[in-house]
Design a protein around this ligand. Structure first.
Ligand code: C2E
Ligand code: CA
Ligand code: CA
Ligand code: CA
Length: 279
């Protein structure tokens, strides 16, 4: 009986695999996850050095898919597909709604920001800035509580349109950050065409700190470039004190990484803020 059961299970699985491609199975699971609100914002602290420690000034919002059994699925395994089939817009909007709802339920320090990852194509849509501003204004929060991270890993199709969206948001005091700076499509041309105020240095470059005779020349060049261009800097993926000290000494204003706190649920993040925002 066990054998027959196993065989029929295998047949069913084969049937599903043959009749639907893997990606459309995943696509349906993503749709279900959106409907069931299983895609949650997690928060990773962004800090500035202060006294002997670090003070939380903001957070990056990172998506986590929490399955029914409580497993956590990381964004890299479903965001690329969601970006291809257009589901990402729905995910982004639901995420922003959640973040606004959560942040308006607590007391925030005056300049606190939550940095949300935005796919380039989203910024090219018509009226998206107005829509976002309306959402924030309805939540009762200040516009500058939301900051956007635009990755340079994927290219823009219509950069003029994205530039207009960014201009409108910057006019309202919102910060726009160039994510994964140095990793992809012409950072320098993006910085020229888009009114970006902050760059995020990828952890690949931060990793070059802290070895004997390590080569930090690219990292140093990115920092120097940002400083001469009047851009603020967030260094990502900081994992130890040595890296933190190096970056602070080099004049990097903001730091983010497991050394200060891993991405955490809103409940945990809220406790951290209530304890005084010091790490
Ligand atoms: P990202 O924007 O570069 O985000 C930083 C990634 O570095 C996160 O991975 C974070 O968990 C990880 N990280 C943080 N601290 C450390 C550290 O000390 N060491 C190391 N090695 N890694 C660290 P995560 O959460 O898996 O996200 C991966 C990527 O997925 C993100 O890269 C971003 O491109 C994308 N993503 C995440 N959430 C969203 C979202 O809501 N919307 C969109 N469109 N993309 C998202
Ligand atoms: Ca990011
Ligand atoms: Ca990044
Ligand atoms: Ca990265």
């Amino acid at each position: 009986l066990a054998l027959i059961l196993t065989m029929s299970c295998m047949l069913i699985i084969m049937f599903i695999t043959l009749s639907q491609s893997d990606s459309s199975i995943l696509q349906n699971l993503i749709i279900e996850a959106i409907d069931k609100r299983a895609l949650k914002p997690f928060y990773q602290p962004i800090v500035v050095p202060e006294g002997n420690g670090y003070r939380i000034v903001g957070a990056e919002v990172l998506l986590r898919w929490i399955t029914q059994s409580g497993n956590v699925i990381l964004p890299n395994s479903f965001i690329p597909l969601a970006e291809q089939d257009g589901l990402i817009d729905k995910i982004t909007e639901q995420l922003i709604n959640n973040v606004l709802k959560q942040l308006s339920s607590i007391e925030l320090s005056p300049h606190f920001f939550a940095s949300v990852n935005i796919p380039p194509a989203y910024l090219e849509k018509t009226k998206v800035a107005e829509k976002l501003l309306r959402k924030i204004s309805k939540s009762g929060l200040d516009y500058r509580v939301i900051s956007l991270e635009v990755t340079e890993r994927t290219p823009f199709e219509n950069i003029e349109k994205a530039a207009k969206t960014i201009e409108t948001l910057r006019d309202e005091g919102m910060s726009i950050k160039l994510d994964d700076c140095g990793m992809g499509y012409g950072a320098f041309s993006y910085l020229q065409s888009l009114n970006i105020d902050t760059i995020k240095i990828d952890h690949m470059f931060v990793k070059t700190i802290g070895f004997e005779s390590s080569n930090t020349s690219i990292l140093d060049a990115i920092i120097a470039f940002a400083q001469t261009s009047d851009l603020s800097i967030v260094a990502e993926g900081v994992e130890n004190k040595r890296q933190a000290d190096y970056l602070v000494n080099a004049g990097v204003e903001m730091l983010q990484g497991d050394f200060f706190g891993e991405p955490m649920s809103f409940g945990e993040f809220k406790l951290l803020l209530e304890r005084g925002s010091f790490i």
